[in-house]
Design a protein around this ligand. Structure first.
Ligand SMILES: C[S@@+](CC[C@H](N)C(=O)[O-])C[C@H]1O[C@@H](n2cnc3c(N)ncnc32)[C@H](O)[C@@H]1O
Length: 546
């Protein structure tokens, strides 16, 4: 591809990642402006009569920009401008400019929020450099003319200070113009008018000096009036020059002051923006820290919940295992119970408020082993019926007496005894609860009158009164009945899973020093068993093989 010297009718090419991006920055296609994408350029579009190239920011713009920089560095008169983008696009521009040190930024133009750098090999005038800096600093949004439609920089110089200063500083070959710039560099005249006035002053000065010199060396005859006029012109010119220089310098100082004000305003705006951003960032950090703390709290709470759930699940697991084992034990106890008593007909419930199957096996085992003359039961119910059946079926000469404080339940038990035809084998004795003669024990117990005829008790089952009737409700059983126990006897206390009944059993240990004591943990509700002369009692187990 070739770029030819721009001539009359030389075209401008605007390039972007897409045509629309290039058009947004540099204007749409016209006769003079050709829109290209970087891919189309790279694909080898043949370019002829190209005088200017405008580049919109694009991550892969490096090769095209590099090519153009080389052409600029080689001295080609080419008008190149490139968008001062962000990220990779800006990095590409920086890299190409650093690779081509003779190519410099000679002007800056803004199009809305976007900034375009003009590239060239000339050195921008000091004022232009200052404006470049200011324009790079000042990103205040504002409508700007499209660069492609903008007038050439030199003509733009006349249209206003911003356009003049920020347009590209193109090299101009005409001597007067160069002279103008040289003089304005000395005097500080930055406008075209200032430069022309300066030039006129210098011309008048040189003219009058020349006239005087010609007169002095005798080449010219001025006459006294002419000399006076020449001297006057000289003096006025010098004065005017001095005045102009003073005015121009004052203008330059004022322009610099305006620039400084502008810089100060820009910096103040930027400082305000930075402070606001800083405040927002600090607030953001505080919010973030609060969110983080909240998340940590939630995380810790989650861990705690998980640990609690795990321990709940463990507990549930243990309970399920225990219940499963208990069910198995109760089923097995029911099978064993079948060997001990033959039950035909409906039986009141077992377990819960009534004796469990495994406790009944233990009680019947003791009864069948001891064959006592009297069995006393505190609290009537299913156990009373099973005891009566066992006594009948095993031909025992045993009297079963069940103490019951509530008539309603007593009648239920009696009805069961009648139903099973064993009403003559067990007596349900109604004994209301009264505060008895056990010293220091305020909880009522079965009326003492109900105990009068009870002697030689071989098996005492303590399963009442209900614990809810008072503190250590079952305690009086041993103080009141221990003297009525047979030499070989057993006291069975149900419900040792309850604290109050465990405390009762513990108190009894002191009252029954000649009894052994055993807690049967394997029973559903646990039981305490006090046994006297157990080793001398021949225990004939009723369940074969056990
Ligand atoms: C633990 S129960 C005695 C249970 C008895 N030893 C048995 O195995 O069936 C203690 C007291 O509960 C009461 N009782 C009896 N039948 C009951 C029933 N169906 N519901 C609630 N309580 C009852 C009686 O007053 C009984 O003296």
């Amino acid at each position: 591809m070739t770029l030819r010297e721009p001539g009359p009718g030389a075209r401008t090419i605007a390039m972007g990642g897409s045509h629309s991006d290039a058009a947004a920055l540099y204007g749409g296609t016209t006769k003079e402006l050709l829109l290209l994408t970087y891919d189309e350029w790279n694909a080898g579009t043949h370019l002829t009569d190209v005088g200017a190239v405008r580049l919109a920011a694009y991550a892969d713009m490096g090769p095209v920009l590099g090519f153009l920089c080389e052409r600029l560095a080689a001295g080609q008169d080419l008008d190149v401008s490139v968008e001062h983008g962000v990220g990779p696009a800006r990095a590409a521009v920086d890299e190409e400019l650093s690779r081509h040190p003779t190519v410099r930024v000679t002007g800056v133009t803004r199009v809305g929020e976007r900034v375009v750098l003009h590239l060239g090999t000339g050195v921008a005038a000091e004022s232009a450099q200052r404006r470049i800096l200011l324009d790079l600093l000042d990103r205040t949004p504002g409508p700007r003319p499209s660069l492609a439609r903008q007038a050439q920089p030199d003509s733009a110089a006349a249209s206003g200070p911003t356009a003049a200063a920020t347009g590209p500083d193109r090299s101009v070959s005409a001597l007067p113009v160069r002279l103008l710039r040289g003089v304005s560099g000395i005097t500080g005249a930055t406008t075209r008018r200032g430069r022309l006035l300066t030039l006129l002053g210098i011309a008048a000065l040189l003219g009058s000096v020349l006239l005087l010199l010609l007169y002095l060396i005798g080449v010219s005859e001025l006459g006294s009036v002419g000399v006076v006029v020449a001297l006057l012109v000289l003096a006025l010119t010098v004065q005017a020059a001095v005045g102009i220089v003073v005015v121009l310098q004052a203008q330059a100082v004022s322009a610099q002051r305006q620039d400084l004000d502008r810089v100060r305003n820009i910096l103040e705006r930027r400082t305000d923006r930075l402070l606001t951003q800083g405040r927002k960032a600090a607030q953001g950090q505080r919010d973030l820290r609060a969110v983080r703390r909240r998340m940590d709290d939630l995380h810790r709470a989650g861990l705690r919940e998980r640990a609690q759930s795990a321990s709940h699940f463990d507990a549930l697991d243990r309970t399920q295992t225990r219940q499963h084992l208990d069910t198995q034990r109760q089923v097995q106890a029911m099978l064993n119970l079948e060997h001990l008593v033959n039950v035909s007909g409906r039986v009141p419930p077992m377990g819960g408020w009534a004796a469990s199957a495994d406790l009944m096996v233990l009680i019947l085992d003791e009864v069948l082993a001891l064959r006592p003359s009297t069995v006393v039961e505190c609290g009537s119910g299913t156990s009373t019926l099973l005891l009566a059946l066992a006594v009948q079926q095993h031909g025992l000469n045993t009297r079963v007496v069940a103490l019951e404080h509530l008539e309603r339940f007593g009648e239920q038990t009696e009805a069961a005894l009648v139903r099973h035809g064993v009403a003559d084998r067990a007596e349900v004795r109604i004994a209301p609860l009264t505060v008895g003669s056990v010293q220091g024990h305020a909880t009522p117990w079965y009326a003492e009158s109900a105990l009068d005829d009870l002697q030689d008790i071989g098996v005492l089952v303590v399963d009442g009164p209900p614990t809810a009737t008072g503190d250590l409700a079952r305690f009086p059983a041993v103080p009141l009945l221990r003297d009525r126990l047979a030499p070989a006897s057993v006291v069975i206390m149900d419900d040792l899973i309850r604290d109050s009944d465990r405390r009762v059993a513990d108190l009894w240990r002191e009252l029954l020093p000649d009894f052994s004591y055993e807690v049967v943990d394997t029973l559903q509700k646990r039981a305490g068993v006090f046994r006297r002369n157990s080793e001398t009692v021949a225990r004939s187990r009723s369940i074969p093989g056990e």
